[in-house]
Design a protein around this ligand. Structure first.
Ligand SMILES: Cc1cc2nc3c(=O)[nH]c(=O)nc-3n(C[C@H](O)[C@H](O)[C@H](O)COP(=O)(O)OP(=O)(O)OC[C@H]3O[C@@H](n4cnc5c(N)ncnc54)[C@H](O)[C@@H]3O)c2cc1C
Length: 159
């Protein structure tokens, strides 16, 4: 992921690198062959009239070309702003989701996961958000309390 320009309103350039490693194509083509074998067994096969695309008579090379022509992923982007100690050059936020080197700037979403989770990312993101929002409420209530106790008006105890 790279910045397209210094303009913050311009969308970033995201290159997922799909199929840059030739082994990835081979693995997906192999998975398709396994899916075909499964689809050829009953009762699923009873429901299937024919394979529309790329068609079940294509060669291995044609199957790999079909895989390459339709790159896809399951959209569970995570870890682009990952959590870690300040000694880790790739870590953006600390273990409370506060950006290293900046006070009171927090990132709280799937991007802070140090690595993509083995479980679904949506509930994990919700749990991260619940945890951090609790910390933030406690922290800012304490800060506000400290500020308010410094703000007594002259001649009164009003706050
Ligand atoms: C097709 C698809 C299927 C998925 N299926 C599952 C599933 O079955 N189970 C599962 O656990 N996870 C699933 N996920 C993944 C899950 O949706 C994400 O991991 C999760 O939503 C990440 O949460 P987030 O808060 O990081 O980002 P998001 O949910 O993307 O939230 C980002 C929010 O920021 C808003 N936003 C963006 N730019 C701005 C801006 N400039 N100003 C203000 N707001 C802005 C967006 O509108 C959005 O509401 C799926 C994702 C996709 C795309």
């Amino acid at each position: 992921m790279r910045l397209a320009s210094p303009n913050p309103k311009e969308a970033p350039l995201i290159d997922l690198g799909l199929y840059k490693d030739p082994d990835d194509v081979r693995k997906v083509a192999k998975a398709l062959r396994i899916a075909r074998e499964l689809a050829a067994t009953s009762p699923l096969s009873d429901l299937i009239v024919t394979e529309l695309k790329p068609g079940n008579h294509v060669s291995d090379v044609e199957l790999e070309a079909a895989v390459r022509a339709a790159p896809s992923h399951y959209n569970h982007a995570a870890s682009t702003c990952r959590m870690g100690p300040s000694t880790d050059a790739m870590a953006v936020v600390d273990n409370h989701c506060e950006v290293h080197g900046l006070k009171n700037l927090f990132v709280v979403d799937a991007s802070v996961m140090p690595l993509i989770t083995r479980v679904p990312t949506n509930p994990t993101t919700i749990l991260i958000a619940e945890r951090v929002s609790d910390w933030l409420v406690t922290r800012f209530r304490a800060q506000r309390g400290a500020i308010m106790s410094d703000c007594t008006f002259e001649g009164t105890n009003e706050r």
